[in-house]
Ligand binder design. Sequence first.
Ligand code: FE2
Length: 412
Amino acid sequence: MTLTRTFEFSMPMEGIVFGIGTALTTGARTARLGASKVMLMTDRLVRGAGLIDPIERSLRDAHISVEVWDDVVTEPTFPAVAAAVEFCRGGGFDTIVAVGGGSTLDSAKATACLVGNGGTFMDWVDGSRIATQKPGPRLILLATTSGTGADMTRGAGAIDPTTGVKHWLRSRYRSHLTICDPELTRSAPPHVTAATGTDALTQAIESYTNRSHNPLADALNLEAVRLVGRYLRRAVANGDDMEARAAMMYAASVLVGLGFGNAGLHIVHPVSQIVGDRYRIPHGLSLGLLLPYLLEFGLNGCIDKLCDIARALEVPIDGLSPRDGAQRAIDAVRQLLADVGTFRPLREFGATEAELNRLAEDFARRPPEVTGAALAPRPVRTAAELSAVFRRALGTYAAAEVSPALATRGSG
Ligand SMILES: [Fe+2]
């Protein structure tokens, strides 16, 4: 590590609150920030699970006027965001409190930006006007899954319904306050815990192995790898294991959310997105089935960092060559993903070699700023390189690659 080079790091303006039961303090904390009229954003599933009522009560107990907006949809589209913007403007809210997964938190971030600045979602995608951005309503974010880190990051994704392509709005501001209450993740079913935990692990490794210079983010991402390695299996096996749930929320939101939210990612997310979009594979799952292969693709560019990941995953590598130590890290990642059911052959999702070759060609034609090329330990330079990765991901498992746990795994 060198500390003679410049790096920058930012986080939620009024900080982070972490702890079991802290969601119940939302009202008092929101009032202390000066809020008087709150739009409480969520989706119907989260509301139906009973997670909103106690937070709404805590806001009312703090003498704050509240209206619930539960029309957030999974994978929000431009019109869905526009509807939230209209509701927020019409209600004259000074604060948005959002409770949910990545889709809800992204919808809230986009809504705050568009209410504060006007224009359309696409006006804020290329980042050229970011310096002129004004803050919108205050944002207070509470995640109900341990995965995306969207409660810490500045970007917000939404889909253009005419093309099906997901775009990312760039905001100048993070949340005012992020409240991480592991109790909110207790009811997430095992396949959601596995997929979101896979997202957290991927973001931590993808950020740690990229070529950005950010030693603070490196420390956070590596600690997140250690915690996910130690606790993800437990959180998937038993959702009431609150020690595991708390460790996963700390890893996914506090550590990785700030880690990758400051240091960026590289090719794993862009490649997985093109595959996930084509075959409608949920985000975390699309990452799990490609991560080991994309790490092998980039191995030569980040051998020492992969050795750090092996150590974080408590894999003994003393006495091995750095190259073999790096491979052990990837093997351990593959095993972890297989154990929780997110390392699966692409064939299961209807993928064919011909169609994947077409996706590889499409990816290779994209401009480098959307393919992660600038930060990748090994950028994808040709379609043939990516087709070779896809061919491996398409196939069945080699028997030696998986644990017995895979033979009895459920549907996801
Ligand atoms: Fe992600």
